[in-house]
Design a protein around this ligand. Sequence first.
Ligand code: ZN
Length: 96
Amino acid sequence: MAENFSIHNVSEDMIEPFLDECMAETDMCTCPRCRLDVLAFALNAFPPHYVVTDFGDMITRAMSLSTQFRADIVTAVMEGVKLVSQRPRCGNTKKQ
Ligand SMILES: [Zn+2]
């Protein structure tokens, strides 16, 4: 089913699962706006990994992450958390 294939940045799938975990470790605002700001920061800090694939292949790649790679992802996400929690663009300074 060739029509199911598209170009995709796998980094997005790899970083996303770490977002809530990292944000929960701080008292930062967890509204959708701040969550996306953290994701955007982490994605900019992290090299993109574009692939032509279907969804099943993406999951396989996400599951095969090395420990070092996970550590790099967490570092990028935590940097974003730090930045966004200092200047939340939604206006909240604390978790509601
Ligand atoms: Zn917020």
